[in-house]
Design a protein around this ligand. Structure first.
Ligand code: IPM
Ligand code: MG
Length: 352
């Protein structure tokens, strides 16, 4: 099969980790007779430095023409002083999510057997198996409401809004995912305080009643969810939540697995198109040192194969290769070792 992948390496460690994911994808293509065309484009601060815009028009068009997008990370201290609308996070990342209609963000947090000791939680808390899927709403809520600071600079506001349609479509994604997993959706909100959360809860319940009676549903306040994730993480299967809560809880879930450097993500919309990126940021503190963990990006590439290209066995191949590399002792600094980003990529690619 021939597939076109828009590649946005971005900033900081972005280019280093994306290079390793491309290495692994090339190994898969060679092994399975596919052709992946990598259309590399500028995004984030790198694009701003070159063109004055963190998301140049040709980058956006290239993404729209591609079968999927592979993204590293954007942002860094160098661009923190830009006006809010022009910053890499807002102009590149949030605009891409919105423009490409990627309302569902899937973030699996899995404890890999060889990495059990890397979790900061006690072994008896992590338990035998930890496999949580955070389904985060990605194009609504406070991220996309009005943001403003008053003329006198003495007050500010960020509007959090949700429509029934937005809640319905993300709920369906979560229920459908849970159906293929252990069949439990925990919908996380703050319905004791927020109106958006009350609409959220009501809508999730209706969608559940109408079409997903075979899946179990429970509701949990976000503060309690943050606590239960550390107390009994194994009780969770699929967590369904709004944009900002999902941002926070997915970082928390990543730590249970040992390192944020292990967590991939898929951002998808209605069709098969998607954008795949690690959940971590551009890590400017270690950029250029060749020590970043590329596994989150490599695992994101696996999600791309499975979800956008319907290449399930190829995706499995990457995940098995990652497991083998870890079992063989390959460890970057964040998971307690000292091999380089490229050596980790090699370990996975060779195992393909
Ligand atoms: C993430 C990131 C982004 C977000 C930032 C960089 C805007 O933290 O993908 O989780 O908050 O969505
Ligand atoms: Mg985040």
């Amino acid at each position: 099969m021939k597939k076109r992948i828009a590649v946005l390496a971005g900033d900081g460690i972005g280019p280093e980790i994306v290079a390793e994911a491309m290495k692994v994808l090339k190994a898969v293509a060679a092994k399975c007779g596919h052709e992946f065309i990598f259309d590399e484009r500028l995004a984030g601060g790198a694009a701003y430095d070159a063109t004055g815009d963190c998301l140049p028009q040709d980058t956006l068009s290239a993404c729209k023409k591609a079968d999927a997008v592979l993204l590293g990370a954007v942002g860094g201290p160098k661009w923190d002083g830009l006006p809010a609308q022009m910053r890499p996070e807002k102009r590149a990342l949030l605009t891409l999510r919105k423009e490409l209609g990627l309302f569902a963000n899937l973030r699996p947090a899995i404890v890999w057997e060889p990495l059990k000791k890397a979790s900061p939680l006690r072994g008896d808390i992590v338990g035998e198996r930890l496999d949580i899927l955070v389904v985060r709403e990605l194009t609504g809520g406070v991220y996309f409401g009005e943001h403003s600071i008053s003329a006198d600079g003495l007050s500010a506001k960020d509007v959090m809004a949700y429509s029934v349609r937005e809640i319905e479509r993300i709920s369906k994604v979560a229920f459908e995912a849970a159906r293929k997993r252990r069949g439990l959706v925990t919908s996380v909100d703050k319905a004791n305080v927020l109106a958006t959360s009350r609409l959220w809860r009501e809508t999730v319940e209706r969608v559940h009643r109408e079409s997903f009676g075979d899946v179990a549903l429970e509701h949990m306040y976000v503060d309690n969810a943050a606590m239960q994730l550390l107390r009994v993480p194994g009780r969770f299967d699929t967590i369904l939540t709004e944009n900002m809560f999902g941002d926070i809880l997915s970082d928390e879930a990543s730590q249970i697995t040992g390192s944020i450097g292990m967590l991939p993500s898929a951002s998808v919309g209605d069709g098969g198109f998607g954008m795949y990126e690690p959940i971590h940021g551009s890590a400017p503190d270690i950029a250029g040192e060749g020590i970043a963990n590329p596994l989150a990006t490599i695992l994101s590439a696996a999600m791309m194969l499975r979800m956008s290209f319907a290449m399930a066995s190829e995706a499995d191949m990457i995940e098995v290769a990652v497991g083998r590399a870890l079992k063989g002792g390959a460890r970057t600094a964040d998971i307690g070792g000292e091999i380089s980003t490229a050596a980790m990529g090699d370990a996975v690619a060779e195992s393909i």
